[in-house]
Design a protein around this ligand. Structure first.
Ligand SMILES: [Zn+2]
Length: 454
């Protein structure tokens, strides 16, 4: 045993500087066979040393410091083939300048969300190419051992991301196990064929009981085709999201016709328009309302959005239906075309929308996961799709998602409630239900977690 814990070497000397430890080592045992022709040396004999050359490799950190190893690598003359062969080390990566254990470590580290190839290369003083190779070796192993298992509650969602060289954001499909907060699959595209394919790849997909999804019709028909008995739920978040998208459209259209000053004023309340009204403070509400007053079309649409949110504040499915009916009645006889579109969309899939009130299954996890994905994309600008996918499938479990998984959502909500002194979220059927607002902003949640508040 030596300080390096690399059995095949003797440490000849070692010293440390500010930045690193350095060791000079050589092989303990001479080789017993020629690596070129494979012939063994006779017992009691040794290959003759032809020459010695130093070879420098990087190793895993020791006590928080970089480690550099100078290996005195020998070349031997083989009496059988007559050529000179270089001695081989089992703990050193072939044709590279790192130990195998560092290579493996870099592979594991490089899939983690927050690390980039560059940051790891810099950390260990190796090239990006070495890190990339370590990444792929590790990822290939993970893919080989991967089996898609159908969850009881499946979440299907999409996230739009920028691709290098493509102007418009492109859709990616995200499949999650909602009950266990785990990602199942992440793929480019969002077509019906793709969704069918992924579902059929899952072991035991026939047993999927519930599928939570957005209002996208491609997903719905794919589910109906593959698992007709599954119960489809469109959660409240996606319904409100549609209303908010329409609000944004209206605001943008109005903005285009305004002069510079007016435009700026309206733009300033952009986020307030799509926020939950009860989460805004008095000052924000005042600013928002004074802008809304100026534009009747936006004002009407805004209150229809808030009215739709009231539906989700109901405790029972029955009450929700009643409130929804009231909401429909609150439309003005003319105009509000954008919100009419939302209403028509809900009308088409009313069963799924109101199915939400049966089990309160939500895609909140999938949504929060989409934010994790977006952060990975931001960090690793220029990742290829293959790298991104591997990082998302394998890297997130060990980092961000693990954190989310460990902290069960109810516990986080309760913790936030305790800290803020008000009930933020609770089971709508419970005794606290009088006083809850519907959705905690997942970004706020992630931020709070990052800042160590939770
Ligand atoms: Zn030989």
């Amino acid at each position: 045993m030596n300080v390096l814990d690399l059995e095949e070497f003797n440490v000849i000397e070692g010293w440390d500087s500010e930045e690193y430890y350095k060791f000079v080592v050589e092989a303990k045992e001479p080789p017993v066979f020629c690596t070129l022709c494979g012939s063994f040396i006779e017992e009691g004999q040794h290959f003759k040393v032809h020459d010695k050359r130093p070879r420098t490799v990087a190793d895993v950190d020791l006590r928080g410091k970089k480690v550099v190893i100078d290996i005195i690598q020998k070349r031997y003359k083989c009496p059988n083939c007559g050529d000179n062969f270089t001695e081989y080390f089992k703990s050193i990566e072939r044709n590279d300048r790192v130990t195998q254990r560092l290579f493996k470590r870099m592979g594991e580290d490089s899939i983690k969300g927050k690390n980039t190839f560059k940051s790891i290369a810099e950390q260990h003083g190796v090239t990006d190419t070495t890190v990339k190779r370590a990444f792929w070796q590790h990822v290939d192993e993970l893919y080989r051992g991967r089996v898609l298992i159908a969850p009881r509650v499946l979440g299907i969602d999409e996230v739009y991301l920028h691709e290098e060289g493509v102007h418009r954001k492109q859709p990616y499909a995200v499949f999650t196990d909602i009950e266990n907060n785990e990602i199942i699959e992440f793929l480019a595209g969002n077509s019906k064929e793709l969704v069918i394919d992924v579902i059929k790849q899952m072991k035991g997909y026939e047993n999927i009981e519930i599928v939570a999804m957005d209002m996208n019709s491609g997903y719905r028909s794919a589910v109906k085709e593959t698992i007709p008995d599954a119960y489809c739920v469109v959660d409240h978040f996606h319904v409100i999201q549609k209303a908010n998208m329409r609000l944004n459209e209206i605001r943008a259209k109005i903005q285009n016709k305004l002069n510079k000053g007016e435009k700026k004023e309206l733009y300033k309340v952009k986020w307030l328009i799509t926020s939950n009204r009860e989460n805004l403070d008095e000052e924000a509400i005042f600013r928002l309302d004074s802008e809304l007053e100026k534009y009747e079309r936006l004002h009407t649409a805004y209150w229809l959005k808030e009215g739709l949110r009231d539906v989700y504040k109901q405790k029972t499915k029955y009450d929700a239906f009643q409130q929804y009916f009231k909401w429909e009645q609150s439309f003005p006889p003319k105009g509000a075309n954008e919100m009419r579109k939302v209403q028509k969309m809900i009308e088409k899939i009313k069963q799924e929308v109101f199915a939400y009130f049966d089990g309160r299954i939500t895609n909140a996890y999938t949504e929060s996961f989409n934010n994790v994905i977006k952060r990975i994309v931001r960090l690793g600008v220029g990742y290829s799709y293959d790298v991104l996918r591997a990082k998302i499938l394998f890297g997130t479990k060990a980092t961000e998602v693990k954190k989310l998984k460990d902290m069960n959502f109810n516990r986080i909500f309760n913790e936030l409630a305790r800290k803020s002194g008000k009930v933020i979220w609770t089971d709508p059927n419970s005794e606290y239900a009088e006083n809850y607002s519907y959705r905690v902003n997942i970004d706020d949640l992630l931020q709070a977690m990052e800042e160590g508040e939770l």
